[in-house]
Design a protein around this ligand. Structure first.
Ligand code: PRP
Ligand code: ORO
Length: 208
C-alpha cells in the first residue's frame, strides 16, 4: 500500500465517528440492555420484597441504571416509549431516580431546546426546607407526565408516585417500567385506567 493510501486509511479510521449506542435501533438497544441486566441485575436466592412478599429471585436494577451504558440505554429506550405530548417523567425514589435523569438527559441530546423534565417523588415528605413531596423543575397544573418504576411487582410503588403527582395537579398519561414481574402491577394500573408498558418481562430473565 502506498504512503498516500496508508494515510487515507488512517485518516478514515481517525475521522469516522464511533457510532453511539444512541444511534442503535430500538431492538438493538433493547437486546443490549436486556443482556446487561441479565448479567448485572438478576439474582436468585431468598429475598423479601417491598410488598412484604418473599421471592426466590430479584432484579437489582440499579446495577444497570447506574452503569454508564445501562443508564444510556434505559434513558433512550424509555424516552422512545413516551407518549406524544408528555412533558416530564417522574417516579418514586430510589429506583426511579437514575432512570428519570437518564431519560431527561437523552431527551436533551435529541432536543437541546426542549426535552422532557424529570421529577422524583419522595417516600415521605421532606420535613425541613422546601417541605415538599416532589423534587424537580416546577410543573404547571395539568402538565401531562409519565410515571416510571424500575421493577413493577404489585404496582403499589408506581401508584404511590401517581397519587403524589396527581395531588400536585399533574396529569398522569402513562406508566412505564423496565421490568414487569407479572405479580399484579399491570392489572392494578389497567384497573385504574393508566396505560402501562414495561420494556422487559420477568420471563426474559428467568428463561435462561
Ligand atoms: O410494585 P411494588 O410491589 O411496589 O414493588 C416494586 C418496587 O419495589 C422496589 O423499590 P424498593 O421499595 O425496594 O425501594 P428502592 O427503590 O428505594 O430500593 C422497586 O424499586 C419498585 O419501586
Ligand atoms: O418487589 C420488589 O420489592 C422488588 C422486586 C425486584 O425484583 N426488584 C426490586 O428492586 N424490588
Amino acid at each position: 500500500m502506498s504512503t498516500a493510501a496508508t494515510l487515507d486509511a488512517l485518516c478514515f479510521v481517525i475521522c469516522t465517528p464511533m457510532p453511539s449506542p444512541l444511534d442503535w435501533d430500538f431492538a438493538r438497544q433493547r437486546s443490549e440492555l436486556l443482556e446487561l441486566m441479565r448479567t448485572l441485575c438478576y439474582r436468585e436466592g431468598d429475598f423479601k420484597l417491598s410488598s412484604g412478599q418473599l421471592s426466590s429471585y430479584y432484579i437489582d436494577s440499579k446495577k444497570a441504571t447506574l452503569h454508564p451504558l445501562g443508564a444510556l440505554l434505559a434513558g433512550s429506550l424509555l424516552y422512545q416509549r413516551l407518549p406524544e405530548g408528555a412533558a416530564a417523567i417522574g417516579g418514586l425514589t430510589l429506583g426511579a431516580d437514575p432512570i428519570v435523569t437518564a431519560v431527561a438527559v437523552v431527551s436533551a441530546l435529541r432536543h437541546p431546546r426542549g426535552g422532557v423534565g424529570a421529577f422524583i417523588v419522595r417516600k415521605e415528605i421532606k420535613k425541613h426546607g422546601s417541605q415538599q413531596w416532589i423534587e424537580g423543575p416546577s410543573l404547571a397544573a395539568g402538565t401531562p407526565v409519565v410515571i416510571v418504576d424500575d421493577v413493577v411487582t404489585t404496582g403499589a410503588s408506581g401508584l404511590q408516585a401517581v397519587e403524589k403527582a396527581e395531588e400536585a395537579g399533574l396529569k398522569v398519561v402513562k406508566i412505564l417500567a423496565l421490568v414487569d414481574r407479572h405479580q399484579g402491577g399491570g392489572a392494578l394500573y389497567a384497573g385504574r385506567g393508566y396505560p402501562f408498558e414495561a420494556l422487559f418481562s420477568i420471563e426474559e430473565f428467568r428463561s435462561r
